[in-house]
Every structure is written in C-alpha cells, then in structure tokens.
Design a protein around this ligand. Structure first.
Ligand code: NAD
Ligand code: USQ
Length: 401
C-alpha cells in the first residue's frame, strides 16, 4: 500500500503501524513540510531524523522494509501514475496536503500555494487511480472543520445529512445530502473541495473512497515510534503548525504563558495520535464496495472547550494562562456535538484525555525544551489585516520576528 505524506506528523506513525501489521508500505512524500520548516525557521521540537535514517532504523528494529519515493503529487502526475502501475497498491492512504490553517492564511502567496498544492494533489491521486484501471481503495484524511463548528443543537452526522424537501405538488420527499460545508480558513476550504472531487470520482469511475473527518490530533509518539529515539515523531509547537493542546502542554513545559485565543470559548473535536493510526487501520479493514458511495467517518473521540483545556494544563503543570487577542476569524464561543458511531462500531476503543497521556507529552516537551525557539511560539498569522497576533503581554518583542 502507499502512504502519501508518510513523512508527516500523522503519516509517519501510520506508516510504521501498517508496516508492523505486515503490510508492504511505500511512502510517497515530497518533503515539502521539511522545506516549510526551513521557510518558517521553526523546527519540530523533537529531533526528527532524515527519511533515510528513519527507514534504516525501522528495518533494523522490525525487520520490515518501507520504500520511499520523493514525488510531488501536485505536480508530478506521470511519476505517480508509473509508481501505481509498477507497484499496484491495493490501498492508498492520502495525508499529503498542506494542513495548517494559520499557514494557509499568512499571505496571498500562502493561500495560493495551499489551494494549488491540496487541490492538485487530491485530484492527481483520483485521476491516476482512475487512469490505472486498478481497484484501489483510497483512504483520505479530511477534517472536522469541513462542517464548521456549530450546529442547530444536533449532533454532526458522519458526512451525510437527512433532509426533507417539499415538491411543487406539496409532496414531502426525504433525501440524504452531503452535510453543508462551512470552512473557516483557506486550508479548511481545500478540504471541502476535496469532498466534491471524491463524490465525482466515486459517481463517475466507481472509485472506492473513505474520507476521514478528523479532529485535532494531540500527543506525539505511538507504540512504534517509541521503539527507538531515531523513530521519534514530529512535534510542532510554532504559531503556524502547532495545534492547540500540544501547544498548551509545550508552553507549560518551557515556561511560556498558555496562549488562549480570545475567551477560549471555542469547542473543538480531538483525537490522540495512537487512535489516528488505529482508525486508519480500521478504515482499511472496512473498505466500501465498488458500488457504494463515499464512506465518511468522523475520526474524533471527544470534544473540549479551549479554555477548559488551558485550565486543565495549568492545573497539571502550574503554567500561567494568557488570554491573547484572537488572530483568527472564528466564533468566540460554540457548542459542538459529534457522532462517531461508525468507528466505535468497527472496534475503536477511544483513548481519551488522561493525566498520564498529558504528562507523557509534557515530559517529551521538557526533554527537548532546549530545542524550543520562544520567538516562534506566538500565533502571528491573522485572518484579516485588521486583526492582531496572539502575543501574550510581556512577550511583545517577538513582534519584530
Ligand atoms: P504534515 O504536514 O505533518 O504531513 C503532511 C505530509 O504531506 C508532509 O510530510 C508533506 O511533506 C507531505 N506533502 C504535502 N504536500 C505534498 C505533495 N504535494 N506531494 C507529496 N507530499 C506532500 O500534516 P499532518 O499533521 O500529518 O496531517 C496529515 C493529514 O491529516 C493532512 O491532510 C491534514 O489535513 C489531516 N489532519 C491533520 C490533523 C492534525 O491535527 N495534525 C487533524 C485533522 C486532519
Ligand atoms: N487556539 C488557541 N491557542 C493557541 C492555538 C490555537 O486558543 O495557541 C485555538 C484556535 O483559535 C482554534 C482552536 O484553538 O479555535 C484550534 O486550533 P488548532 O490550531 O489546534 O486547530 P486547527 O487550526 O483547527 O487545525 C488543526 C490541524 C488541521 C485539522 C484541524 C482539525 O492543523 O490540519 O484539519 O485541526 S479541526 O479543528 O477539527 O478542523
């Protein structure tokens, strides 16, 4: 099977997990995420190893070989098609997109890069599968953010919404439609467009597709990445790529104020990285049939309010909370209720927020605290020109960076 984006935060532990299960894994990645680290001058807190080292260590430890192809999926269509025709994968797991909302909002250049990269990568993958004529199951990593984060009090269903329309003759007809999209950033917008591409290729070419609407991933290591320090997973903490719970844990560990955007009334869906890899396994094992519509799972295990997470981390670590200006255009407060029955029915046993796991992340952050660049911590990418970056009082000197 292919893992596209297998060098990334979710893709690397997933590749190891699938290899450990006995699958023949080929990672395809153009290492663009590592180039973005260079652009932002912000590195993973953990010392991730070059791809060659990662793969050699994995072979040494597990006895299993993972192959690697450096292909830009947005641009190098023929190379990707050749790889499919040569290796004939039965499954393609697709993580290979620019995944940061703040990065996608930094400037017109970043908006255009995110749209070009994500839309072309996803379209090229679909087009190549259809072109090859092979029966390949595509498992794509989407986001909970395609729904927006508010509902009329109902639980967000898994992709499809039951509606009733009234015809001209007054008859009431029931239908299921794709849940209306409501993206909150250019990045999230690309994921809503991906959904239409899936719908089309499923309808026209009978492609078998699973779209996983994943919440915010937290944690860093999994069973396999813990086997050797050189297999360590990426830990993003900077203002563009760091996600909220990992940032809070890291900030507390390095003695930086915990940066709550606005009031912290935002509620989001979460999943631990160990469950991410397990969910991918379950999605692969429960592929849709050739005549079935796109299968959509909500890949999350719990919802939390940002302010509650900040308080939890503060109580656990003694870290100070700073309520900073929200650089994003988003609802100050929202409730969020989400259905995740499909994964539960397939055997997912959710790893929910526990003190032990929070401490594990804190310990990793403490261990590598010397690698942290504090000037990279605040979120400086604003959604509109009028907004202010999320810089805690007393840390304003960072503005110059
Ligand atoms: P990441 O940036 O760490 O990994 C993405 C990988 O894809 C990188 O290694 C990058 O080099 C590669 N890539 C990007 N564009 C490519 C291209 N054109 N050709 C080849 N390779 C390319 O991101 P991640 O956190 O691992 O996220 C993976 C996927 O999961 C993304 O699609 C993201 O939208 C989704 N997701 C992530 C989270 C999260 O909290 N991290 C939550 C929900 C969904
Ligand atoms: N936030 C803070 N303080 C911070 C960082 C973030 O209060 O220091 C707030 C944000 O304003 C936002 C919330 O926390 O309200 C979540 O932000 P985030 O950066 O953790 O998550 P987000 O931008 O939504 O993106 C992440 C991943 C993305 C994935 C998405 C899933 O980067 O790839 O698609 O989570 S979801 O949020 O469910 O759409």
């Amino acid at each position: 099977m292919f893992v596209l984006g297998g060098d990334g935060f979710c893709g690397w532990p997933t590749s190891l997990h699938l290899s450990n299960l006995g699958h023949e894994v080929t990672i395809i990645d153009n290492l663009s995420r590592r180039n973005i680290d260079n652009e932002l001058e912000a590195e993973s807190l953990t010392p991730i190893q070059p791809m060659g080292t990662r793969l050699n260590v994995w072979e040494e430890i597990s006895g299993s070989k993972i192959d690697f192809l450096n292909i830009d999926l947005a641009d190098e269509y023929d190379q990707f098609l050749d790889a499919i025709n040569e290796q004939q994968p039965d499954v393609i797991v697709h993580f290979a997109e620019q995944r940061s909302a703040p990065y996608s909002m930094k400037s017109p250049k970043h908006k255009r890069y995110t749209v070009n990269n994500n839309m072309n990568a996803t379209h090229n993958v679909l087009c190549a599968i259809a072109d090859s004529g092979l029966d390949i199951h595509l498992v794509h990593l989407g986001t909970m953010g395609v729904y927006g984060y508010g509902t009329a009090g109902m639980k967000i269903p898994e992709g499809y919404l039951d509606i009733e329309v009234k015809t001209e003759t007054g008859e009431r007809v029931e239908q299921q439609i794709l849940y209306p999209t409501n993206p909150g950033s250019i990045y999230h917008m690309t994921k809503t467009q991906d959904q239409l591409l899936f719908h089309y290729y499923n309808k026209n070419d009978s492609l078998r597709i699973t779209d996983l609407h994943q919440g915010i991933v937290w944690g860093t290591n999994t069973k396999e990445t813990k086997m050797d320090e050189r297999l360590i997973n990426r830990f993003d903490y900077d203002g563009d790529y760091g996600t909220v719970l990992n940032r809070f844990l890291m900030q507390a560990a390095v003695g930086y104020p915990i940066t709550v955007h606005g009031t912290g009334g935002q509620t989001r869906a979460f999943i631990h990285i160990q469950d991410t890899v397990r969910c991918i396994q379950l999605a692969i094992e429960n592929a849709p049939g050739r005549d079935e519509r796109v299968m959509i799972f909500n890949q999350m295990t719990e919802t939390h309010r940002v302010n509650d997470l900040a308080k939890l981390v503060s109580e656990l670590t003694g870290g100070e909370i700073a309520y900073v200006s929200n650089p994003r255009k988003e609802a100050a407060e929202n409730d969020l209720h989400v259905k995740n029955d499909l994964f539960l029915s397939k055997g997912l046993n959710p790893t929910t927020l526990s003190t032990g796991l929070l401490q594990e992340v804190t310990e990793i952050a403490e261990k590598y605290a010397h690698r942290a660049d504090h000037t990279k911590i605040p979120a400086k990418s604003t959604w509109t020109k009028e907004q202010q970056p999320g810089i805690p009082e007393g840390e304003e000197e960072d503005l110059v960076n």
